[in-house]
Design a protein around this ligand. Structure first.
Ligand code: NAP
Length: 307
């Protein structure tokens, strides 16, 4: 059986695409991935998604959007896509040994937090090492924290964490922040925040829980230990595009290239939406908007290309 549209990924972009495609009678098949729901599943309060004046928990929001997609007939496979072949139509998508064939594809595989890759980081993840201040900040009331990074994400995470932490050190590998000046200034002016300039984290310390980190001064090469109860890594995100490497045009950072103002990728009939194409806005609501666009683009493309 050839699917009319197969959606890969189940964050706000994929699920919104599914709602629109289903309501257009395209009977979408979604391969939702093992990390179903995407990054909102590891987010606590979402206060900026329109329609929820009192806020909503990330997983609750995703459950509701998923139910809405299912209500209109979206079929969902709870697994990861292992391989794709977009070299000819209909397109082929494999989930393990199972092969699916589709006239059009919507990719919404999102992006994942980047890690620094130093000793202690992986072992202590969930035990003081985190990449999500909104998820885990609450656990660090009156504790001392380290935030790694110098971009807007790091500034946002650091400022958010000041609600809980007693003291916070932002560790940045250069002598100026990459973040927008207003965010950077807020961090530098904050009484609870110190900045360790020209510094990297060489190791995260602790047996069962984080107790500190070894910092290296990139100018003098000297190392020092800094005591801390938590280390928040905020050095950006990587798009989840490994399976599309030899199939679609990607930019230097690995994001799927789409024609400006559309969701069309380098292969006609294959569309992409959400964080997998967007390194600037990266919001649930913008991803949802792009998912809507992808479904409408696919609908028009299928109509124009009907045999
Ligand atoms: P980013 O702008 O790429 O910044 C990543 C930061 O992490 C940089 O300061 C970088 O250092 C540092 N870094 C990267 N790899 C590192 C490593 N291995 N070890 C130590 N440090 C490392 O990423 P982002 O902050 O996630 O922001 C991504 C985009 O989203 C940006 O366009 C940003 O403006 C936007 N954003 C906006 C907002 C907002 O406006 N509210 C909030 C979040 C994100 P270098 O500076 O030396 O490269």
């Amino acid at each position: 059986m050839t699917e009319k549209v197969l959606i890969i990924g189940s964050g706000p972009a994929g699920l919104t695409a599914a709602i629109y495609a289903a309501r257009a009678g395209l009977e979408p098949l979604m391969v939702e991935g093992m990390e179903r729901g995407g990054q909102l599943m590891i987010t606590t309060d979402v206060e900026n998604f329109p329609g929820f004046p009192d806020g909503i928990m990330g997983p609750d929001l995703m459950d509701q959007i998923r139910k809405q997609a299912e209500r209109f007939g979206t079929r969902i496979i709870s697994s990861d896509v292992s391989r794709v072949d977009f070299s000819q139509r209909p397109f082929k998508v494999w989930v393990g040994k199972d092969e699916f064939v589709a006239d059009s594809i919507i990719i919404s595989t999102g992006a994942s937090a980047r890690w620094i890759g130093v000793p202690g980081e992986e072992r202590l993840r969930g035990y003081g090492v985190s990449a999500c201040a909104t998820c885990d900040g609450f656990f660090f009331r009156d504790k001392e924290l380290i935030v790694v990074g110098g971009g807007d994400t790091a500034m946002e995470e650091a400022l958010f964490l000041t609600k809980f932490a007693s003291k916070l050190t932002v560790v940045h590998r250069r002598d100026e922040f990459r973040a927008s000046p207003i965010m950077a200034q807020r961090v530098m002016d904050h009484p609870k925040i110190d900045v360790a300039w020209n510094s990297t984290v060489d190791e995260i310390l602790g047996d069962d829980l984080v107790t500190g980190a070894v910092l290296r001064d990139t100018v003098t090469d000297e190392t020092t230990e800094l005591a801390a109860d938590g280390v928040f890594v905020a050095i950006g995100h990587d798009p989840n595009t490994k399976i599309f490497l030899d199939q679609l045009e990607l930019d230097d950072a690995g994001y799927i290239v789409v024609s400006p103002g559309t969701t069309l990728t380098s292969v006609e009939g294959v569309h992409a939406a959400g964080d997998v194409t967007d390194k600037v806005y990266r919001q649930a609501i913008t991803a949802a908007g792009l998912g809507c666009q992808a479904a409408l683009d696919v609908q028009h493309w299928l109509e124009a290309n009907e045999a």
